[in-house]
Design a binder for this molecule. Sequence first.
Ligand SMILES: *[C@@H]1O[C@H](CO)[C@@H](O)[C@H](O)[C@H]1NC(C)=O
Ligand SMILES: *[C@@H]1O[C@H](CO)[C@@H](O)[C@H](O)[C@H]1NC(C)=O
Ligand SMILES: *[C@@H]1O[C@H](CO)[C@@H](O)[C@H](O)[C@H]1NC(C)=O
Ligand SMILES: *[C@@H]1O[C@H](CO)[C@@H](O)[C@H](O)[C@H]1NC(C)=O
Length: 217
Amino acid sequence: MMSSSQQYLVFLMLLLFITRCVLLCTTDPTDGFINVPLTEDNFEIQRPYDVPLEERYSYKNGTRRLWVYADDKPHDPNSHTQPRTEIRIHGLDYSSGVWQFEGHAFVPNGTSGATILQIHGASHGATTIILRIYGGDMRYYSGQVMATDLYDKWFRINLIHDVDGGNVTVFLDGAQVFTTGDQGPGDLYFKCGVYAAPENISYYMESRWRDIKIYKK
Ligand SMILES: *[C@@H]1O[C@H](CO)[C@@H](O)[C@H](O)[C@H]1NC(C)=O
Ligand SMILES: *[C@@H]1O[C@H](CO)[C@@H](O)[C@H](O)[C@H]1NC(C)=O
Ligand SMILES: *[C@@H]1O[C@H](CO)[C@@H](O)[C@H](O)[C@H]1NC(C)=O
Ligand SMILES: *[C@@H]1O[C@H](CO)[C@@H](O)[C@H](O)[C@H]1NC(C)=O
């Protein structure tokens, strides 16, 4: 049993801790999530079907570099989609729960009209969210700007999909920059790299990625 003075001391320390925390504690988007271990098998690369992998992708010193040209072929001869070189996170499709993608990204100046991160699948439409770079800004599809001035620098991106809650949230360098409703459950998976938008695309598109991680609750 604690004496009342000991209890008072504990109370004081708790108060001090809470006050400090309100002022100083930073929360991390991954707090409360479990890291899902990845192997190279989880990284499936999609690229223009008629060019060798090493002409659109490299993986050196921990950095994955993906690039594509506006006049490239789609990833599949039967597809009529825009050109892409993308990592499709393979083997971790989800349809419920709360999932999170984390990565450090770099987009060179000049790349424009390129989706660098998306959640594929939805109950309505093909995608839940698309994060596109236009002239150094990051937009939700071609719409709302969530960040500016992203060229030629590394930034950390966290994308959380709460399927049960029906929302998606974007964090850049730990700060929440965007949230919106999702498009309903489906066969869902994360993709990153470069996927040409329907309009206003630069001839050359590139993004680089380090420390890609998947988390879930
Ligand atoms: C390899 O990556 C590290 C950062 O993780 C960087 O400090 C180093 O300069 C890189 N080395 C080369 C040869 O690019
Ligand atoms: C990007 O490149 C253009 C053309 O070279 C230059 O005018 C612009 O200042 C560059 N932007 C950044 C953020 O470096
Ligand atoms: C997403 O939905 C869940 C469930 O309603 C809610 O708890 C959470 O705060 C929502 N997230 C955001 C960022 O709005
Ligand atoms: C493409 O660029 C043109 C000219 O700047 C602009 O009017 C149009 O809205 C842009 N389209 C999209 C989808 O951003």
